[in-house]
Design a protein around this ligand. Sequence first.
Ligand SMILES: Nc1ncnc2c1ncn2[C@@H]1O[C@H](COP(=O)(O)OP(=O)(O)OP(=O)(O)O)[C@@H](O)[C@H]1O
Length: 303
Amino acid sequence: MTRNDTRKSDDGDEQRTDGSGTTVSEPTARSDATSDSLLGDSFDVNSGSLPADADAVIETRGLDVFYDDVQALQNVDIQIPENGVTALIGPSGCGKSTFLRCINRMNDLIDAARVEGELRFEGKNVYDGDVDPVALRRKIGMVFQSPNPFPKSIRDNVAFGLQVQDKAVDVDETVHRALERAALLEEVEDQLDSSGLDLSGGQQQRLCIARAIAPDPDVLLMDEPASALDPIATSKIEDLIEDLAEEYTVIIVTHNMQQAARISDKTAVFLTGGELVEFGDTDKIFENPEHDRVEDYITGKFG
Ligand SMILES: Nc1ncnc2c1ncn2[C@@H]1O[C@H](COP(=O)(O)OP(=O)(O)OP(=O)(O)O)[C@@H](O)[C@H]1O
C-alpha cells in the first residue's frame, strides 16, 4: 500500500500504512467507545499504584518488547515529564519507533509484537485489561513519518477523531481551533471542503497534526514527523512542535541530532539491542553525557 491507501479491516476499522510500512488502524465512527472518560467506561486514573515520580505523565518499568523471538526493547525504565519535548534518538533498529508505538498501544496491531513490563500513562498501566485502546489513542495522539491524510476533505480529516467521541462538541469550532493550533488555518480557511490530499507535503503534515490534536489529547507522539519534508516545511514543523509543547507532552523520534538538540528539553538515547542507555536534559546529553557509548554516538563515532 502507498501512504495514502486505505482499506477496511474485518472489524470495520480503516487500515493504512505508517511511514515504516507498518499497518495501522484508525477507529471509525462505529467504534464502541461511548464515553469521554480517558480510557473507557471502567477506567479510573487513580486506580492501581501511582507513578514513583508524580510529575511523570508516561512511566515505564522493566519494559520489554519482542517481535516473535527478536527482542526490540530491553528492560526500559523511563519517566517522561508533562509538557515539553522529549526526543528519542539512537541508531537505526534500536527500538525508537517500537517504544513510541507502545505508548498508545499501536503495537497491538502488529501480530508478532509482545509487550512485557509496565507502561503507565498518568499512573495507569495502559496494558491493563480494562483499558480501551481507542480511548487511549484519543488521549495519546500520533503523527507519522509520511503525512497520511485520509482521502477526504480538510474539514473531515480534522473532524475524523471527533466522530468517535460521545460528548457533544461543536465540530466546526473544534476543526477551526485545531487548524489554528496547527498553524494551518490561514492557508486553508477558504478551502475546507477541498481534499486534504491536494495540500503540499508540509501542509499535509500540519493537517495530520490538526487531526491528532482535535480530540484534545494530553500527549502527542511524533515519529520523524519532518523527515519527508523540505527544509522550509521542516522549520515550520519544528516551530510548531515547540509551540505545541507548551500545552502537550510531545514525544518525538528523530534521526536528526541537530533537530533533537534544537527542539527538545529531554533526550532519551537508545542503543543497539533496544537498551535505553541515557535519559536526561538535552543540553547535558549533548554537551556532557554520562556514558562513553552515548558520546561516541553523538559525536558520530558510530551509528
Ligand atoms: N513489525 C515488525 N515485525 C518484526 N520486527 C520488527 C517490526 N518492527 C520493528 N521490528 C524490529 O524491531 C527492532 C526495532 O525496530 P524499530 O523500528 O523500533 O527501530 P528504530 O530505532 O525505530 O529504527 P529506525 O531508526 O530505522 O526507524 C528492529 O530489529 C526491527 O527489525
